[in-house]
Design a protein around this ligand. Structure first.
Ligand SMILES: C[S@@+](CC[C@H](N)C(=O)[O-])C[C@H]1O[C@@H](n2cnc3c(N)ncnc32)[C@H](O)[C@@H]1O
Length: 396
């Protein structure tokens, strides 16, 4: 397998993931030892723009146009020859497409390569085999070129990248478990859950256009995964299902009867008006605890110091005091893992207050449950902006 640390790998992976152009250009320069030489341009033409996976799953045209423009500017400024094909392609874009049309409409594909490092300690999701060399898992996601087209669920949000790394880094939490995601959006988390041997994956979203996009993504990834030559990760496609679920109208009985053991959510706490409904859904899903799990929770004295709401003030202290991350990974199910970027502290505080009043225990586990950096080329992902919470019910 090609070296995941090489410039070539980083450049192609960043392009396929549609990383910002200002991240790609420095990698291209690095490949050309300071400038985007003709050789580098040829590489970009063949391995990025004409990459065979892009024929079926193209990035946005606006993105390709922006890359061409930036390469032309950069190469000319360094007195490098520019490939004729780049001028021609760029001219075609200028003649045929307005920027507005390119950037605002249609869907495009982002291709994410999760790079599992070679490590004798790291257990892959595949039959608990230890991997001796880096392994790549490819996920193809149709999404909106801009954040808001087709609803928020048609974009890939940072928390879902963060949560995916968490799932793939800690497969033991999810394997053989019925996992239920709320606000699934494009479906990335669900695809990762399918890869860590969850016994069942139920994805849900309240937005019909997001759900249609998610269905498409499940279909292409299950096909791609069984066809790809790289190590196969995927479970039986029938294990993954999706549901239209609006938190406002979700039936308590349906939620409690679905048998969810692990509940997940990424970037779902942002709209104050939805928070009470979201908390109700979480409570219903988390109140199906089996009595054996409850016993274990009670006997786990270490955990009792984290009862109740953990506030911003004592959060870090509480989490830092105990470096033993295993206590956050008990066998007590159901349990929820919610990753979120806190964009509005009032909305998040409101969520914490309602969760506390509803008898949910919310623990910030961001610092104690680290994840592997499986997207090493993905420089635009600001991991420090995402928090991960483990939520359980005090009254099961
Ligand atoms: C910011 S997006 C996050 C999508 C995905 N989890 C991610 O991180 O990429 C929020 C998701 O929650 C869904 N959502 C928001 N409010 C909802 C509600 N009241 N009921 C059900 N789904 C909702 C949206 O449709 C959207 O897919």
């Amino acid at each position: 397998m090609e070296d995941p640390n090489s410039c070539e790998f980083r450049l192609v992976s960043a392009f396929l993931a549609m990383e910002p152009i200002n991240i790609l250009i420095p990698i291209a320069r690095e490949l050309g030892r300071g400038s985007i030489t003709e050789e580098v341009q040829n590489f970009i033409h063949e391995e990025c723009i004409n990459n065979k996976i892009c024929r079926n799953y193209p990035p946005s045209q606006f993105y390709v146009k922006s890359l061409l423009k930036q390469i032309i500017i950069d190469a000319e400024s360094q007195s490098q020859e520019v490939l004729d094909v780049f001028y021609e392609k760029y001219a075609q874009y200028l003649i045929n497409c307005k920027d507005y049309d390119l950037s605002q409409t249609g869907k495009c594909y982002r291709i994410l390569k999760f790079v599992f490092p070679a490590s004798s300690d790291f257990l892959t999701s595949v039959d608990n085999q230890r991997i001796r060399e880096s392994v790549i898992m490819t996920v193809i996601l149709r999404s909106s070129p801009n954040m808001l087209e087709g609803g928020t669920g048609c974009s890939i949000w940072p928390s879902s990248l963060f949560l995916s790394e968490f799932i793939l880094s800690h497969p033991q939490i999810f394997s053989s478990k019925c996992c239920f995601e709320i606000g699934s959006g494009a479906g990335l988390v669900g695809i990762c859950l399918a890869n860590v041997k969850a016994s069942k994956v139920i994805l849900s979203d309240g937005d019909l256009s997001a759900l249609a996009n998610l269905k498409h993504n499940l279909e292409i990834n299950l096909v791609v995964m069984t066809e790809k030559t790289e190590q196969e990760f995927c479970q039986d496609p029938r294990l993954v299902e999706y549901r239209h679920l609006k938190w406002e109208s979700a039936s308590q009985d349906d939620l409690q009867n679905c048998g969810a053991e692990v509940i997940l959510g990424a970037d779902i706490i942002y709209d104050t008006s939805c928070v009470p409904h979201l908390v109700r859904v979480l409570v219903a899903l988390l109140r199906t605890r089996r009595s054996s799990d409850l016993k274990q929770l009670i006997t786990n004295s270490k955990e009792s110091s984290f009862e109740g709401m953990i506030t911003e003030d004592n959060l870090d202290n509480n989490c830092n005091e105990n470096k033993d991350s295993s206590i956050f990974c008990t066998n007590a199910y159901p349990v929820a893992y919610i990753a979120t970027v806190i964009r509005n502290i009032d909305t998040f505080d409101y969520f914490l207050r309602l969760a506390f009043e509803a008898g949910l225990r919310v623990i910030n586990i961001t610092k104690v449950m680290g994840s592997l950096n499986l997207l090493p080329y993905f420089s635009s992902l600001d991991r420090s902006s995402v928090n991960l919470y483990r939520i359980s019910s005090l009254h099961s």
